[in-house]
Design a protein around this ligand. Structure first.
Ligand SMILES: Nc1ncnc2c1ncn2[C@@H]1O[C@H](COP(=O)(O)OP(=O)(O)OP(=O)(O)O)[C@@H](O)[C@H]1O
Ligand SMILES: [Mg+2]
Length: 251
């Protein structure tokens, strides 16, 4: 059932325009460890938001919390995606509701080809992006469609991992360090593809250690500092603000 959210408590938001993703006062724990300490933010449809912060700031934990994975436990707060409440859902329900998490370790399924990895992700009948459309977006995957997924290069595996998320009918793409360990030329290629995905209307949260690259792509930036939000504003503002970069991003 879809319930219309009550956004009256979102102080920083016009009551007439609920955001596409709305996270309100979210608190997350790993056992006794209190990690995400009451964060609230909005993401608008079609936006790319860079989620930044030093190592251990809570970026991955925030993505996992939104994706409703078992660990961490979110014990307070609300998460709304396109008018659907995610905060009481299991991870598979959140996935059906339109959430696509691309985890840091990529999780390519061994023993399956590129195409089998994509087909397995597709809901039947396919309502996400077609395999053909995915190969247009990632020509390298099309060329290697019959190769076992785990034998792809790191960059190609990252592309497969993103393509696999798109093969489902997702509304929100959550990327955890997609550029990690990749050569600059491959980062260029993935960045170009992320721009094309945005042009097709996708909403994305991008977690990246490579903050400058992420800020060049993003519309907006949210900076986390020990589980709280230290900054929420335009990406250009972070690029221009030296003291902000030095204090929270060490760049
Ligand atoms: N499974 C876990 N159990 C206990 N503590 C955890 C677990 N995973 C992460 N943490 C802790 O939660 C805090 C936030 O971790 P998180 O992975 O969200 O940070 P991050 O911002 O993604 O960092 P990085 O940039 O290094 O990826 C860290 O102190 C980390 O040690
Ligand atoms: Mg992380």
């Amino acid at each position: 059932m879809t319930v219309k959210p009550d956004f009256s408590k979102h102080a920083n938001q016009a009551a007439t325009a609920p955001a596409f993703l709305s996270v309100w006062d979210m608190h997350s724990y790993y056992g006794e460890s209190y990690i995400v300490q009451g964060i609230s933010f909005n993401v608008h449809e079609g936006e790319i938001v860079a989620l930044l912060g030093r190592n251990g700031a809570g970026k991955t934990t925030t993505l996992r919390s939104i994706a409703r994975l078992d660990n961490p436990q979110v014990n307070h707060g609300e998460i709304w995606l396109d008018h659907q409440p995610l905060h009481n859902m299991k991870s598979y329900e959140a996935a059906v509701a339109g959430l696509g998490l691309v985890p840091e370790d990529r999780r390519i399924i061994p023993g399956l080809t590129v195409e089998e990895n994509l087909k397995l992700a597709q809901i039947q009948p396919p309502i996400g992006w077609s395999i053909q459309r995915l190969y247009e977006l990632f020509p390298r995957l099309g060329e290697r469609r019959n190769q076992e997924g785990v034998t792809l290069s790191g960059g190609e595996q990252q592309m497969l991992s993103i393509a696999r998320a798109l093969a489902r009918d997702i509304k929100l793409l959550l990327l955890d360090e997609p550029y990690e360990g990749l050569a600059p030329v491959i980062v260029d290629e993935i960045e170009k593809t992320l721009r094309l995905i945005k042009e097709q209307g996708m909403t994305t949260i991008l977690v990246e250690q490579n903050a400058v690259r992420a800020l060049q792509l993003a519309d907006r930036a949210i900076i986390l500092d020990t589980g709280t939000i230290a900054f929420d504003g335009s990406a250009a503002e972070v690029l221009e603000n030296e003291s902000l970069r030095a204090e929270y991003l060490a760049i």
